[in-house]
Ligand binder design. Structure first.
Ligand code: GLP
Length: 262
C-alpha cells in the first residue's frame, strides 16, 4: 500500500483522473472498476474533459461498477446506473455493452450476483479498481462484518450508510435498504486498487483503514493485503494519519510519481 497526500481535493482528484487516463493510454482495453458517491464526481468530470480534449479514448474500455441499490428502477435519478450515465458514460465514447453495473431489479438476485462475477472473470478480471470509502469504512457496500473474502452479493445497508446517503433522495424513506455489491474478495482480486478520499469527515476512517488493524469491521482495511493499492487523500482526509512524513517522502522520491510532482 502507498499513501499519496495532495494539497487539496482538486489536486487529489486530478492525480486520480491523470492516473486512470494514463492507465487507459497504456492499455486501451483496460478493465476498470468504478465507484460512485460525491467524491468521484470531480474525477469523472476531469475524465470527461480529458476525453473532449482527445487525451483519453474509452472506445475499448470495459467497466464494472462496485454496487447498485436493490429495488430502485435503473432509470431512477438516484440509481448508480443514472449516476454513471450522468457523470461519465453519456459524455464519452464508451460502448454501453462494455459497461456493467449490477442489476438491482433482477428477479433472481443470487443469479445476478453469480453472473456478475462470471462476467468479470470472462473479461480477464479488473485491471484498475477505483474506490471511495464510506463513513463506516466500507468499500462498495461491504458494510461492517463483511467477510474479507466475500464475492458479489446482496447486503443490507447500515443505518449510518442510510443516513449518509439519504440526503440524495427526495424522500429519504424511499431509499433502498439493500444493495448488490462486489465483495471484498472481488475487489482484492483486482490487479491494482486506487482509493480516493477527501475532506476532514473521512480523516478518522482513512487512518483506521490504512494504519489500523485489518478487520471485517472496516472492509477498507482489507486493502492492506492488496499487492498494489494506492490511497490518494487531500490534507484534510490525511488529518489523522500518523506516518505522513514517510508518505510525503515516498511521493517526492518514488519514480512512479515523478510525472505528478508539480
Ligand atoms: C457509497 C458507495 C461507496 C462510496 C461511498 C462514499 O456508500 N457505495 O462506493 O465510496 O458511498 O461516498 P462519498 O464519496 O459520497 O463520501
Amino acid at each position: 500500500m502507498e499513501v499519496i497526500i495532495r494539497p487539496d481535493a482538486d489536486e487529489a482528484c486530478t492525480l486520480v483522473a491523470d492516473l486512470i487516463a494514463g492507465e487507459i493510454r497504456n492499455n486501451p482495453k483496460l478493465v476498470v472498476g468504478l465507484a460512485t458517491g460525491r467524491t468521484m464526481e470531480r474525477v469523472y468530470s476531469l475524465l470527461v474533459k480529458k476525453y473532449k480534449k482527445g487525451h483519453v479514448d474509452f472506445a475499448h474500455v470495459t467497466t464494472f461498477n462496485l454496487d447498485e441499490y436493490i429495488g430502485l428502477a435503473l432509470d431512477h435519478p438516484n440509481s448508480f446506473h443514472a449516476y454513471m450515465d450522468d457523470h461519465l458514460f453519456r459524455h464519452v465514447n464508451i460502448h454501453s455493452e462494455r459497461t456493467h453495473i449490477p442489476n438491482g431489479e433482477a428477479k433472481d438476485l443470487e443469479g445476478e450476483c453469480l453472473a456478475y462475477e462470471e462476467t468479470i472473470r470472462g473479461c480477464g478480471g479488473i485491471d484498475l479498481q477505483l474506490l471511495g470509502i464510506g463513513q463506516t469504512g466500507h468499500i462498495g457496500f461491504n458494510e461492517p462484518i463483511s467477510a474479507l473474502r466475500s464475492r458479489t452479493r446482496t447486503k443490507a445497508l447500515t443505518p449510518q450508510t442510510l443516513k449518509q446517503n439519504a440526503h440524495l433522495f427526495d424522500d429519504p424513506d424511499a431509499m433502498p435498504r439493500r444493495a448488490i455489491t462486489m465483495g471484498v474478495g472481488t475487489i482484492l482480486d483486482s490487479k491494482r486498487c486506487v482509493l480516493l478520499a477527501t475532506g476532514e469527515k473521512k480523516a478518522a476512517i482513512v487512518a483506521k483503514a490504512v494504519e489500523g488493524p485489518v478487520t471485517s469491521m472496516i472492509s477498507a482495511s482489507a486493502l492492506q493485503l492488496h499487492p498494489r493499492c494506492t490511497v490518494v487523500v487531500d490534507e484534510e482526509a490525511a488529518g489523522c494519519l500518523e506516518n505522513t512524513e514517510y508518505y510525503r517522502w515516498l511521493f517526492e522520491n518514488e519514480p512512479e510519481w515523478e510525472r505528478f510532482r508539480r
